[in-house]
Design a protein. Structure first.
Length: 256
């Protein structure tokens, strides 16, 4: 079931947004740090409404159960001696029983291709594996909102599509993904884009609509992803009639 305005952030007329479940939102530009701090509720502001409840110090525990964060600054911080111990830590804090913990651990480890890493020391692994472990550690706790801060750029190319597919699956299961990034190419994997500049929202909307704002993108020094450029060229010449989110889908459509 899709919930309209499930998550609302209302700081000012220049910095406010609201999204339903089944949203995958890419935040692009500067001004992310303070916004993320506010999403973390570090500053105790009452800017956030989650499922129609204003978040404050009295209901912050419910918020923290519903919203999970994977931050770049925490990619090298682990609490468990093994990958499985580290992933299980969050579930233990929530009081999830052992059998359910094991089921979730296996389920998400298979989805993210880390079953072979479960007995390893997480500190000994490469950065792409650490990103996957951190995401799995969040998803096993079944949050409603997953916030990612500059972590997907650390993924190896061989992991990219798999991780983005799993994140979209998560969002489409009545959840929300907020991905903060400086890489415009990551916009292609989400449903919506918000472009920030000087801690203000310059434009927001569906991904393709925002990326089509050529003049604004050039003014901000943001180059369009190669795939979008090719899409625009092919549409102009009548070869395709819509935008595609992957090279594979684009090529398949051309050769139909």
């Amino acid at each position: 079931m899709n919930f309209n305005n499930y998550f609302t952030y209302n700081e000012s007329k220049d910095l406010s947004f609201s999204f339903p479940t089944r949203s995958y939102v890419t935040f692009l530009g500067d001004g992310n740090k303070r916004l993320i701090d506010n999403l973390l509720f570090k500053n105790n502001h009452d800017y956030i409404t989650l499922m129609f409840a204003k978040i404050n110090s009295k209901n912050i525990f419910k918020y923290k159960k519903s919203v999970s964060f994977v931050l770049h600054e925490h990619l090298n911080l682990f609490v468990g001696e093994t990958v499985s111990d580290d992933i299980a830590f969050g579930m233990e804090c929530l009081g999830i029983n052992k059998d359910e913990m094991e089921d979730k651990l296996v389920k998400y480890s298979k989805k993210f291709g880390i079953m072979n890493l479960l007995d390893k020391d997480p500190n000994s692994l490469g950065i792409s594996d650490k990103v996957k472990i951190k995401i799995v550690g969040s998803l096993v706790c079944e949050p409603k909102v997953l916030v990612l801060d500059e972590v997907l750029c650390e993924l190896d190319k061989c992991d990219l599509n798999m991780v983005f597919k799993n994140l979209n699956d998560f969002a489409n299961n009545d959840n929300i993904v907020f991905n903060f990034t400086s890489d415009v190419n990551e916009c292609l994997y989400g449903s919506d884009v918000i472009i920030l500049n000087n801690e203000k929202i310059l434009i927001s909307g569906k991904t393709i609509n925002v990326l089509n704002e050529d003049k604004l993108m050039k003014k901000l020094g943001i180059g369009l992803p190669f795939l979008v450029e090719v899409n625009k060229y092919l549409i102009d010449y009548g070869i395709v009639n819509k935008y595609f989110n992957s090279v594979g889908e684009l090529v398949d459509n051309i050769w139909k």
